[in-house]
Each structure stands twice: as C-alpha cells, then as structure tokens.
Ligand binder design. Sequence first.
Ligand code: FAD
Length: 509
Amino acid sequence: MKIFEVAYPLNHKPAAEELISAAARSCGVPAKKIVRCDIVRRSLDARGQLVYRYQVRAQMEGDEPAKEYRFDYKNVASARPVIIIGGGPAGMFAALKLLERGLKPVILERGKDVHSRKRDIAAISVKGTVNPESNYCFGEGGAGTFSDGKLYTRSNKRGDVYEVLHQMVAFGAPESIITDARPHIGSDILPRMVEGIRECITSHGGEYHFEARVTDIKPLSAGGRWEVICDGGLTFKADDVILATGHSARDIYKLFDTRGWALEAKDFALGVRAEHPQSLINRIQYHGRWQPGIPPAEYYLAEQVEGHGVFSFCMCPGGILVPSTTETGSLVLNGMSNSQRNGTLANAGMVVQVSAADVPEYSRYGTFALLEFQREVEQKMFAFSNSLHAPAQRMVDFCRGRESASLPKSSYTAGTTAAPLHELLPPFIADRLRKAFVLFDRKMKGYYTNDALLLACESRTSSPVRIPRDPNTLQHASLPGLYPCGEGAGYAGGIVSSALDGIAVANVI
Ligand SMILES: Cc1cc2nc3c(=O)[nH]c(=O)nc-3n(C[C@H](O)[C@H](O)[C@H](O)COP(=O)(O)OP(=O)(O)OC[C@H]3O[C@@H](n4cnc5c(N)ncnc54)[C@H](O)[C@@H]3O)c2cc1C
C-alpha cells in the first residue's frame, strides 16, 4: 500500500484510471500492478493557484486491502442493560457500540425527540423563551444536532475517527466527510442522521426514553449496581451507567457535590462571538481569488497575550448565530450552519483561556469557582437588556473603548442591542481580547475592522468542571460501574471526540 499526493484544478474530479496512471508515475511501478486507488483526503490549497490536493492510497498486487467498515448490530432486546444518561454524540455512539457488542443500551434523555425539539428551538428566537429541558444543548442528539456539524478531529489518539465518520455516512451524512480535510455536515442534515441512529438502536432492542431528566443516581452495592431515578420517579437499574450529560448539565455536577463524589475544576475559555462579512474573510483567506463554487473561507487564530491564550473557537463560515443558553435569565451564543454554508456572514467564538487564578474572588465556590464565574457572566449579558437580545459592539469601537453609534447587520436570530462590551465583560477578558484583535490583524490583514461585530457572550466552550475517572477502566475514580463520558465529564471537546469517547467507554464495558 502506498500513499501519494496529486493536485488537480478545482473543477476536475479525477477518474479511477487517471489516479492509477498518477500512482504508477509517482510510485514508479507499472500501472498493471496497481489493483485500485482510493482518495483518502482532499484539501483545498489556496497558497498559489487554487487547486485540490488529493492524498491517494494505491493498493498494489499482493497488498492487504484497506480496512472496510461494517457494523454488525445484534438484537439486544433481552441482553444485559447498560444505562446511558444523555443522548448526545457520546451517548449515541456508546449505544451503537453496545449494540455491536451485544449489550442493551437504555438511553435516558432529558430533552425531547429531535422533531419536537425543533419547535422549542424556534420559540427561543421568536418568543424569547427558553425551555430548560429542550433547547440548543438539550434534546435528542445533544448539543451537536443544531450546529455547524464540523468534524475536524483527525487525531486517532482517542480511537478510530474513520469508524465514527463511516457510521455517520451510514446514517445519512454525505460521503465527502470521509475524505474532506475540513468535513462538516450542517443542521439541515444532522437531525435526520440523529433520527436514523435512534431508529437503529430501538429496532435492535435498545431503549430511548425522552423527557427523562435524571435527578438521582444511587449506588445499590459497593461492587457497582446502580439505580437511576428520573424526574417523575421513573427508575432504572443496571450494573453499568454511562454518564454522558454534556457541559451544560450543571444539575449533574451539583448532584455529585451533594453526594460528596469527586469533581475537579477545569480551565475553560470565555469571550465573544465575532461576526464578519463572509466576503471579507474569503478575500483575506483566498487572497482575492475566491469564486462561486469554492467553499466559504474559514480561519483559525491564536495568540498569547501576556502569557494567556486567546483564540478563535468553532468558526462557522456562512453560518448564523443562535441563543444556546439552557437557563432562563442567561445569555449564551453559539454558531450553526446548513450544509451549503451559504449565509453572508462568518462567525467565530473569540475566547480567552480562563483558569481559577484569573478569578480569585470566586475561590469561595471551590470546585465550582469557574462554573459560577461562567454563570454570572451569562446572567450579566442577559441582564443588560433583560432579554435574549445580545449586547453588541463593533470591533474597533470595542478596542477603542467607545460605544457603537450603529450596528451592522447580524445573523443572530434573537436580535442585538448596542452595548459597551469593553465595560460589560470582565476586565481581564476585555483587555486580552482587545490586544489580541490587533495582533490577529497581522495574521489576517483586514480582520480588525469596524465592519466586524462582537456579540456577548461565548461561554460554553468546554466544561468548567471535570469528573475524574481511571484512565484504564474509564470508571469514576471511586465509583465502580459509573463511567463519566464525553464533553461534560471533561474528556472530549466536539462531536467527533465525544463520539470516540462514547465508543471507548462502551468497549471497556
Ligand atoms: C450551537 C452549537 C454548535 C456547535 N457546533 C459544533 C461543531 O460544529 N462541531 C463540533 O465538533 N462541535 C460543535 N458543538 C459542540 C458539540 O455539540 C459538543 O461538543 C458535543 O455535542 C458534546 O457531546 P456530548 O455527547 O458529550 O454532550 P452533549 O451533546 O451536550 O449531550 C448531552 C446530552 O445529555 C442530556 N442530559 C443532560 N443532563 C441530563 C440529565 N440530567 N438527564 C438526562 N439527560 C441529560 C442533554 O439533554 C444532552 O442531549 C456545538 C455546540 C453547540 C451548542
């Protein structure tokens, strides 16, 4: 098996024979000795003339064929149950792996099925009301269902990324995610994929329970038998419980605290969402050569400001901004897009790394110091207009410390209000952001502009708390049979890594 690279113009899709000829030239073997060629990766190269670069795997005579992904789900109706709390990527992919291994997943999800969830999500922007059980973070498919669906993780450190991608394709994601260097799915496709996964799980004997918020988890024996209790009294028992509740399930952290179970504070990042015209980002990143048919440009920026990290997070080209809080009286923004990414604006979280040392005044909250800081900033942003209207300011105005006389058009679905973000944000956050924006302009000339709008706040970048677990057994450090999993437990960040963590935990069980 040999891997080689070849480049073609954007509008040229190489045929099989063409790749075999290219492999013969590149690897110095006769074409007749090449059994087949497969594209393993396609990336857009904008450094010179715009081209697609292909990494191609050539299978020679006598080579083992490349791994094929096949998923053999067993009927588990009468198998040993494993309770999964949370139906996000970690919970869903744990469930699929349990089906392969012949165990019965029982998913308890506080939110609604994806179809009913859409109505609650629409109400957030239209009526300004947040259902604390059904919103952009809670409900079938978890926080990733109404998102940009970026699947950029390529590190196989946590498991086989391609296993996740092939499974997603089997449930309706476009095949291009397997080979694209920057794959994404989009919110017009994600809900269907999530429904397909549920149908697979239930048709093989697994269980899904919606509107089943877990309020208590009780050990029934020292060896690891558990009782899980939902709102309304519904209870479930099992030897193994996967806790995959995401970074916004603050009640689960409180439950751990009440029960005296170990938790740790964890650094996270907080800041704003920056929104630029997509045409400007295209011009900067493609050096003025963007043309229709080419994917809208992305960016990733990072700087150290006086020893502290400031970076872009979850950039959404052609996307929209949405209110993704889970609580009433609090304001959080995040980005999502459809598969075409054809909106006219580009948004990204622009965030500052926050550790306990940055907020000594919160030390009285112990393990929850960063969580309380996060909550208070979110409440302060809501309180500014006592609504989900996001406090907003133009970028240069923010850096110069003056309020914006007018605001540019924003994609944020719940509306914006002009605000002095330079005063409203915690001073160390505002200060580091201000310095970083000017530095970012050196990397992307034109990024620092008053045509860019800043909206506050972006605060749910990752969990500010970690649930410790044994690195080998993946069980909670002192609770056998309880498996903290995914982003909420602090072991993943993003859709793919959360899915991989779910698979890893299911494999251990
Ligand atoms: C708007 C938005 C856009 C995003 N865009 C991207 C992106 O483009 N790419 C990317 O990689 N990541 C993105 N993310 C982040 C990504 O969605 C998360 O990293 C990922 O979903 C985490 O997976 P998880 O399964 O660990 O947790 P979650 O997806 O948060 O799932 C946890 C589930 O647990 C349920 N739950 C919580 N508490 C309880 C309880 N007490 N009882 C029962 N159920 C409970 C919740 O309802 C939820 O469904 C985005 C997130 C948001 C909000």
